[in-house]
Design a protein around this ligand. Structure first.
Ligand SMILES: [Zn+2]
Length: 180
């Protein structure tokens, strides 16, 4: 699968719900997980690979070296809580940059798994942020839609420079560390 990068208009589209008994979802999820790991991502949403359906794959398990992909079909953020946290986020669709985005610390998400079961996942820290970021994607919202206007201007400038310097999906910051 090819990663769709900003400003491709696909990233602005709100996605259709997945069919509950759609047999192709398992294959799509497997390919998405493969693409996510290959590009060193911790989350990937349908539109980022040109699939305008409500499907997300993520793996925020930082404890283990083994892959633990979770597939969320038709995910919905049902609750966010806790403090507003402003932290840098990266995105496979924005090679070469990270952008400060303010989000709630904790998120609760309902979804259907690949076996058709209704599930809930919740978390804070990386998982809470990743859930909110990925579910934004299936609603046609990217991280730069979520950041402050001044940070957005800087992000677009950095992004143009990063692309010009040859940034690839998975490069969070192509600038030398300490330059920022
Ligand atoms: Zn993203």
């Amino acid at each position: 699968m090819q990663i769709v990068i900003f400003p491709d208009p696909v990233l602005k589209q709100s996605c259709e719900p997945c069919g509950e008994h759609d047999k192709s979802l398992k294959r799509i999820a497997k390919q998405m997980a493969h693409t996510m790991y290959k590009n060193n991502g911790c989350g990937l949403a349908g539109p980022q690979v040109g699939i305008l359906q409500r499907i997300v794959v993520l793996d925020c398990d930082t404890e283990s070296n083994e892959p633990h992909p979770v597939t969320l079909i038709n995910p919905v953020v049902v609750e966010t809580s806790g403090d507003d946290c402003k932290e840098n986020e990266g995105c496979l669709s924005f090679p070469g940059i990270s952008v400060p985005v303010t989000r709630k610390a904790h998120a609760v998400v309902t979804y259907t798994d690949l076996s058709g079961h209704k599930c809930t996942i919740e978390g804070e820290g990386l998982l809470g942020r990743c859930l909110q970021h990925e579910i934004d994607h299936v609603n046609g919202i990217t991280m730069i839609d979520r950041c402050d206007p001044i940070d957005r201007l800087q992000a677009i400038r950095d992004y143009d420079a990063a692309l010009a310097a040859g940034a690839r999906p998975g490069d969070v910051s192509i600038r030398a560390k300490g330059e920022r």
